[in-house]
Design a protein around this ligand. Structure first.
Ligand code: ARG
Length: 585
């Protein structure tokens, strides 16, 4: 079924064309959720916006629209308010029928996209031999969530890990490896490189202190670029090791990615330069080949160059991204490309998009979006650091979340006098810990910075994963207590929305589709969190006010359906955030 708002839109479009002519087919009928429940459930301001064009007072337009507006069966008779707002209030009988329908639909009434697209989500993308930091964690969590939503809507999603696996730092690393661990390069598995970050630090120290070493490192870069066997092998070794470390995090987070690092695009870089040259876009500037950007100037007001090929012949981060965008459109057939990185890279992407557009590689048929996010801050409001001032290691961060969840859980078990097995406790702690971290990130508007607080994210109060997981468990508790198998309720189970709280819950349950449509467009996962949070609250209000197991039939079954739908919606909604539910906790 189409979402309620879509149905109302198409009814309004119909009345527009009947009332004012076929030209109005393409006019957006401006149906939005009502700003205040006393105006009903939805409203349209279309009469106000058309007033000028039609040369008629809004109220007259609204009256004409209502003459032709057929929403019987969906809404109560529409009313006009103020200068000409059209107010729509849903008919309980309609809601009841919709709710019974979706109860047996695993998609809960969420339709598949009418025109599925090839979409690339470029996310996570840490750098080899460098720390995968909290910024990469945000990218991983947000990118995975966006991919899950688009997949659920039926799009063909390619989840790409644009790993930083190429660049001059490898010269330094390989030179250091040769010097400090020569056996690692000749015998396979001779050495566990262990902490690559420490290796990187040592190599960097060596590099900064010794000019001769710098020269060796530079030669290593050349050897790597010309494909010399043992340099490539050393590079492989480093990548392999990093990959293993990243994978631990991806497994913990249950995130799937296809690695296609920067090195993948290496062979394509020369043709990026050549083709830009042929198109007349390249300018030689102080030995470097650049494209001068439109709309970007330096401090003195001169146009800013984007360096495509450096004077030493090397390429840049930007060159690789140009090759990548071209490949993704040309070879992967991407119709939408989504890049999830910190807000600091906004200019980089605007520039890439501009050059790709000017080169004709990026056309209007393809949508490219940078999905920026803010910083992760410590509770002091500064950049997140460990107590000793170092960058926080992701592995340790996630482990700590799990450990804290475990401590809280055990305290609760003791309070409630419960005994649980070790496996059960470990599983609960793992799910709560990881969910808390993910949810804390996703529930913020991603564009703002967010404060990382274990205490807040693990709290039972407020808009947290625990609160949501608990609401789900509460419903499962009802089914256990009443010995009810929700799946047996069946399609013929009728829903009745009599009490205020039932009606509010019922309406909210039917809005999932609407929320997902919004997220699909603006890629703001916090909308889903907000939706689920309100759902849990509405459910709790309903459950406080309305007896369920003790109610008389047919209300009892109806309320059980509402409970079940709440649980199914929570489960589905959370799964789109990359969070799994617990049956008990
Ligand atoms: N490796 C980069 C970083 O750590 C992120 C790459 C994002 N994707 C891209 N196509 N540029 O900041």
């Amino acid at each position: 079924m189409n979402s309620i708002i879509e149905q109302l839109r198409s009814r309004l479009t119909e009345s527009l064309t009947v009332g004012f002519g076929a030209d109005f087919q393409a006019v957006e009928p401006m149906v939005v959720p009502a700003s205040n429940p006393k105006f009903g459930d939805y409203q349209s301001n279309i009469s106000l916006s058309l007033s000028k064009q039609l040369g008629q007072p809004p109220r007259a337009i609204a009256e004409k629209l209502l003459q032709h507006l057929d929403v019987t069966g969906i809404c109560q008779p529409p009313t006009i308010a103020g200068p000409g707002f059209i107010n729509l209030t849903l008919e309980p009988a309609y809601l009841e029928a919709q709710l019974s329908n979706i109860q047996t639909d695993p998609r809960l009434g969420v339709q598949l996209a009418k025109t599925p697209q090839h979409i690339i989500v470029d996310f996570s993308s840490p750098n080899i031999a460098k720390e995968m930091h909290v910024g990469h964690l945000r990218s991983t969590i947000i990118g995975d969530c966006i991919a899950r939503i688009l997949e659920f809507r039926g799009h063909e999603v390619l989840r790409l890990n644009h790993v930083g696996d190429w660049g001059t730092q490898f010269g330094m690393l390989i030179a250091y490896l040769r010097e400090a661990y020569p056996e690692a390069l000749t015998t396979s598995n001779a050495l566990d490189l262990g902490d690559l970050v420490a290796l990187y630090r040592k190599a960097k120290q060596r590099f900064d202190a010794d000019e001769e070493f710098q020269e060796t490192a530079r030669q290593e870069v050349v050897k790597l670029q010309t494909g010399e066997e043992d340099s490539r092998q050393a590079w492989q070794l480093l990548c392999e090791q990093s990959r293993r470390e990243f994978q631990v995090i991806y497994d913990l987070l249950d995130v799937k990615l296809i690695e296609r690092g920067e090195s993948f695009y290496n062979p394509l870089l020369p043709s990026v330069v050549e083709d830009l040259e042929q198109l007349g876009l390249l300018v030689e500037d102080a030995g470097a080949k650049c494209v001068f950007l439109e709309g970007f100037t330096n401090k003195t007001g001169e146009p800013l160059p984007l360096i495509i090929k450096k004077s030493d012949g090397g390429y840049n981060y930007a060159t690789t991204d140009l090759a990548a965008i071209r490949y993704r459109i040309g070879q992967d057939g991407a119709e939408r490309i989504i890049y999830v990185t910190d807000a600091g890279q906004a200019n980089h992407f605007t520039q890439i998009f501009q050059v790709a557009r000017r080169a004709g590689w990026l056309t209007d048929e393809v949508q490219v979006v940078h999905v920026p996010f803010g910083l992760v801050q410590g509770e002091d409001g500064k950049k997140l650091k460990t107590r000793s001032g170092e960058t926080v290691r992701l592995r340790e961060l996630l482990d700590e979340a799990i450990a804290r969840a475990r401590t809280d859980f055990e305290a609760r078990l003791q309070q409630e006098g419960r005994e649980e097995t070790e496996a059960f406790k470990a599983n609960v702690a793992q799910i709560i810990g990881i969910s808390a971290v993910k949810y804390a990130d996703l529930s913020q508007n991603r564009t703002s910075n967010y404060i990382f607080s274990f205490d807040k994210m693990l709290s039972f109060q407020g808009n947290t994963a625990v609160y949501m997981l608990y609401a789900y468990v509460r419903v499962q508790g009802i089914s256990r207590k009443g010995n009810i198998d929700f799946e047996q309720l069946g399609a013929e189970a009728k829903v009745f929305l009599q009490e205020e709280t039932e009606l509010a819950l019922g309406k909210h349950l039917l809005q999932l589709s609407e929320v997902l449509t919004l997220v699909e467009a603006d890629l703001l996962p916090n909308r889903i969190c907000q939706y689920l949070y309100e759902l849990s609250q509405k459910f709790n209000q309903f459950y406080d006010q309305c007896p369920v197991l003790k109610a008389e039939e047919p209300l009892r079954t109806s309320r059980l359906v509402l409970c079940d739908l709440t649980a199914q919606t929570l489960k589905l909604g959370l799964s789109l955030l990359g969070i799994s539910v617990l049956e008990r906790m």
